[in-house]
Design a protein around this ligand. Sequence first.
Ligand SMILES: NC(=O)c1ccc[n+]([C@@H]2O[C@H](COP(=O)([O-])OP(=O)(O)OC[C@H]3O[C@@H](n4cnc5c(N)ncnc54)[C@H](O)[C@@H]3O)[C@@H](O)[C@H]2O)c1
Length: 351
Amino acid sequence: MKKTEVAPSEGKLGIMVVGCGAVATTFMTGVLMARKGLAKPVGSMTQYDKIRVGRGAEKQYLHYKDIVPLADLNDIVFGTWDVYPQNAYQAAVYAEVLKAKDIEPVRDELEAIRPMKAAFDKNYAKRLDGDNVKTCATRWEMAEELREDIRRFKKEQDCSRIVVIWAASTEIYVPYDEKVHKTLEQLETAMKADDREHIAPSMCYAYAALTEGCPFIMGAPNTTVDIPAMWELAEKTRMPISGKDFKTGQTLVKSGFAPIIKTRCLGLDGWFSTNILGNRDGLVLDEPANFHTKEVSKLSTLETICKADDQPDLYGDIYHKVRINYYPPRNDNKEAGTTSTSSDGWAIRCR
Ligand SMILES: NC(=O)c1ccc[n+]([C@@H]2O[C@H](COP(=O)([O-])OP(=O)(O)OC[C@H]3O[C@@H](n4cnc5c(N)ncnc54)[C@H](O)[C@@H]3O)[C@@H](O)[C@H]2O)c1
């Protein structure tokens, strides 16, 4: 087996999550419960999946941690930023993804995870009105304050390394602009000039993370790290970027079905899907400018697999409709309103 050049995963790993909502608190609670042996990390590829290594008599199936150095769950420390000041326990209860039996055993640890002030601009998520927000004169200052947060967290928690994950609301769609997003120099100039139209708060988080030597993962469909300027920064700092969107709910179904349809050369007439969201994610996505970001990302999943150019007879004219239904949470009707993760409905029509 080829020897890995990845540095050993020694010391504590700080996972700083942007947004302390449904996804973030479910992730945190899962890790905390699993490491106490109170839950199984079902759904976690790093904990369960195996990869085949070697051939013939040498063939063996190994967990990821046996191939590359990976942090142990016991070495993880969580930090977070959010527009709302509720700690991770309060946020997990509000999210209603997990039941009390899943949350209470790690209540103390969750209560200790308190959001730092968010780098936020209401124009990017109009429906949110929390006040746990930084006051920054420019986008550059926003990034500088985030860098300071990362340094302080790393020191206070005695972490040897940090990774930053965006699990915050989907921002409005920011299209690629050649004059701002092409080079790192352009991006930095625009941040200093406080170009709020082209520099989303998420770009400040990504910029801060990469500059501080932290990998950045984009869990929303935002275009944050889809721009050459960010790739340049990632190359310069030799930090990985990944994303976008977590591809967990409806998108996962699409990613699974599309290859089946393609492999069997079935034609596709249409794909119709609905996400039913009752949490802040749904509230934010109820705004057309924010929904557009999700829509663009979801459309691309199907169309990169079933390509019209390759097979015009089969995929030449797919009717594709994605809807997100938001049901405001109502305490009197749990079923209709308060589901926090997406509950997906979908239909396909084959030729
Ligand atoms: N829930 C799912 O199954 C799922 C699947 C794939 C992708 N996603 C994406 O993951 C993200 C999180 O989803 P969720 O269900 O946890 O949503 P959520 O609404 O429960 O949580 C998002 C949190 O982000 C905070 N926030 C918004 N802007 C912020 C900023 N600039 N800085 C810091 N905090 C900010 C909000 O106040 C909120 O608490 C969304 O973008 C969503 O589209 C969710």
